[in-house]
Write a protein that binds this ligand. Sequence first.
Ligand SMILES: [Zn+2]
Length: 328
Amino acid sequence: MNTWGDFENVQPIVAKMLENSIKKNRISHAYLFQGPKGTGKKESSFLLAKSFFCKYLEGFNPCNECRDCKRIESGNHPDVHPIQPDGQSIKKEQITHLQKEFTYTGMESNQKVYIIEHADTMTANAANQLLKFLEEPKRSTMAILLTENGQSILNTIRSRCQTMSFKALNTKQLESRLVASGISEPISKFSAALTNDFEEAERISQDDWFAKGRTIVIKLIQVLMEGNDEAFLFLHNDWLPHFKDKDQSQIGLDLLLIWYRDYVSYLIERKDTIIYIDEKEKFEKYTFSLSRDQATKALKKILEAKNKLKANVNPTLVMEELVLQIQR
Ligand SMILES: [Zn+2]
């Protein structure tokens, strides 16, 4: 996430607030970024640090080219200190160590930024130590506290920070985040449809098993559409060896479900919601042979199959039955 524009797609409200502070040169000396996992807290803390240090701001965007920007990006800036829990908690020594560092002037400027991850895990002693620090803010210092459990942050600390509440991502925002991190659009759409957790979506995007599963689903549809007896063979040779147990079968059925849902969206001109965007040509081809009613019936049968799996019916039986039901 290199620009505030990228960040606006993910957290529009927080982005606007921070952009305004940068524009007006009123960056706070302490922020609390709170919100669920995978909502962009850490990335935006780095973005804010870049805007704090970069001497070549373009509007409020860091240039991403200068030495400060590059070193923050790679986690090697001498005056940007990330702190993570040491084991289960952030300990007092970690905060005192940080403060000692801060008594020396900045390595290259007078500015310093510290980013405390999982700030809710600070021990009471660590929190008290930090409090002293927050009580006497220096103009050139910025603290960014990150937490998934905002309610666990002591009020004394919270009251000295400007709180930014990060919202859980909707599917579109998750997609934008994945695309911004370099994942292709078809795969981003596909991963965002399967989970609302960014890290999990990122994992799915890079996972060969999912990529292959997606190909198998597309192939099964093709075989089903050809309407010959190959479907059973394909099921046993390709589908079942890949989607092995109950959990994997559920994922396979989800992928199949998304395909049929996309097809119906295509027919009713809701093309913006389509996940299998690289299948549009085939959707067009199938309009002659697969009616909306048939596709809707297939959707219903897939949902029934998912329920049967939940009720512990054997996956092979469930899939054999399903293929018979939705074959042309
Ligand atoms: Zn820069």
